[in-house]
Design a protein around this ligand. Structure first.
Ligand SMILES: NC(=O)C1=CN([C@@H]2O[C@H](COP(=O)(O)OP(=O)(O)OC[C@H]3O[C@@H](n4cnc5c(N)ncnc54)[C@H](OP(=O)(O)O)[C@@H]3O)[C@@H](O)[C@H]2O)C=CC1
Ligand SMILES: O=C1O[C@H](COP(=O)(O)O)[C@@H](O)[C@H](O)[C@H]1O
Length: 459
């Protein structure tokens, strides 16, 4: 069954929030515009004292942000409604569910602690059959809370009806890793410890806190980016080829490699770094120090940049370090996975040339692929030169949230994170979080707009 066959209501809890306005509604708008969400009723709910018109204005503006202003998008916006509710109260939830038509998709666009309370309240309310629950990342705040949330959700609906969102799995370039690896004979045979020296997965942003202290100051870069998005990219880069992209095959393959992933040498002190930006300039933007941002408690020592090195302890990948890093307010916006190859076993005497290794670079923004390779260059044919073979990936038909919402509305969990995997990802990062809590890894500084801290594991 697809989203076009039956009436569904998408009920967004947290309708006035940042995620809803900036990512969720624009993604939904594009999906609706392309005909991927027929028969959809949209309801927004939150504690703010909004009326239908204010909400519809929000919906229209967010739809328009990605160009969705056609008839289909307008029809959804015009018919959408806003209901004021405290979603941690059973009676309010009952009222919201009663206002839905057809199958219900509940999207928790809420802070993680409120999501857990709303789920607890739903237990007493009960949910109509086939209701789908959509949870944002971070899923819980550690392995124990993720486990508890999984148990709670499983009391509400079967696992197949739970969608744990990781919008990086909706990025077309991230999904392009599958075609790059499994749809040709060129790349995949090289991807193992026989040929690969190291892999870097880097997502450095030039954005600072962007008024998100309420959430971010309790999370930090490791929880916000590494525990979820970067580990999903790592899974796509390292998993064995699934026989099909059916949800169970794809998610089994990812789960297998993530279960084998652990901090390098089991030593989180040596193999992790944390840092926080001080004031600085990026382009024409002056950024205050993170610690001076409104809503930030400097004593929390929240990191805005995190690095960790992990091993994927499988036959294929044993011995290859995977260096993960994500930072905010970094001057050199770098968003890519870089596979660095070992030197050739022997270069014939008589050929001389550059020392730099061969590299395959998968860029997440801009979306492109580049292969840096040493070959005979122009001029003296016995002198090797590095060349780059590159290609841009076209933009995906849908933005990441449109892609993951398509899966949710089509009742296809392929791009959703499975419950056990959400817990596994916490187990991978928890030794680092524990080491940081003891103070064994110092919190470094880096000026906003710089390339990050001096003592980086990637330099
Ligand atoms: N923003 C982003 O870029 C991204 C966010 N996420 C995730 O999305 C989730 C939401 O984040 P974000 O939108 O940034 O957070 P915000 O704080 O901007 O929004 C949270 C929303 O929840 C509402 N809310 C809080 N408590 C209740 C309640 N008891 N009943 C009803 N509504 C309530 C708030 O309304 P009010 O303020 O009126 O209480 C607000 O509308 C988080 O899990 C975050 O990690 C994931 C990816 C990106
Ligand atoms: O989930 C998150 O992702 C964004 C980066 O994603 P992008 O698709 O906007 O590039 C990050 O800025 C944010 O902190 C994090 O919560």
């Amino acid at each position: 069954m697809t989203a076009t066959d039956t009436r569904q209501t998408l009920l967004i809890l947290g309708a006035s929030g940042d995620l809803t306005a900036r990512l969720l509604l624009p993604g939904l708008g594009r999906l609706v515009d392309t005909g991927g969400a027929e028969n959809l009723t949209l309801l927004g709910a939150g504690t703010d004292d909004w009326d239908d018109e204010r909400w519809r204005t929000r919906v229209r503006e967010s739809f328009a942000a990605l160009g969705a202003s056609g008839d289909r998008a307008e029809a959804v916006a015009a018919a959408s409604r806003y209901l004021r509710a405290d979603v941690t109260h059973g009676a309010d939830l009952r009222r919201l569910l009663d206002a839905c038509q057809g199958e219900i998709v509940v999207f928790f666009a809420l802070p993680p602690s409120v999501t857990a309370k709303a789920c607890a309240a739903m237990k007493d309310v009960g949910l109509p059959p086939r209701t789908r629950l959509v949870c944002e990342k971070p899923f819980g705040v550690d392995a124990d809370s993720a486990h508890a949330l999984n148990e709670l959700l499983n009391q509400l609906v079967p696992e197949g009806q739970i969608h744990r969102i990781d919008h990086f799995l909706g990025k077309s370039t991230v999904l392009n890793i599958l075609g790059l690896r499994f749809a040709n004979r060129i790349v995949e045979p090289l991807l193992s410890n026989v040929h690969v020296a190291s892999v870097d997965i880097v997502f450095d942003e030039d954005l600072g806190l962007e008024s998100r202290a309420g959430y971010y100051d309790g999370a930090g870069a490791l929880m916000d980016m590494v525990q979820s998005h970067l580990l999903q990219i790592l899974a796509l880069l390292t998993m064995d080829a699934p026989p099909s992209l059916a949800a169970h095959e794809f998610r089994d393959r990812k789960a297998q490699v993530l279960r084998a992933t652990r901090v390098w040498d089991d030593d989180p002190v040596d193999w992790s770094r944390r840092a926080r930006y001080t004031s600085g300039q990026i382009g024409d933007r002056l950024l205050p120090a993170y610690a001076d941002e409104p809503g930030v408690d400097p004593a929390r020592q929240t990191e805005t940049l995190a690095e960790m090195v992990v091993a994927v302890d499988t036959w294929r990948w044993a011995g290859v370090p995977f260096r993960l890093r994500s930072g905010k307010a970094v001057g050199s916006k770098r968003k890519e996975a870089v596979i660095t190859f070992k030197e050739p076993p022997r270069t014939p005497d008589g050929l001389t040339g550059p020392e730099q290794p061969d590299r395959l670079r998968i860029g997440f923004t801009p979306d492109r692929i580049d292969l840096d390779i040493n070959i005979n260059g122009p001029g003296d044919p016995f002198v090797l030169d590095p060349v780059t073979l590159g290609s841009e990936f076209g933009p995906g038909e849908l933005p990441p949230y449109g892609e993951v919402l398509r899966g949710v509305l089509d009742d296809d969990p392929t791009l959703s994170v499975r419950g056990d995997t959400a817990e596994t990802c916490w187990h991978i990062v928890e030794p680092v979080l524990a080491a940081w809590r003891t103070g064994a890894v110092p919190l470094q500084d880096y000026p906003a707009g710089s390339t990050g801290p001096k003592d980086s594991l990637l330099s």
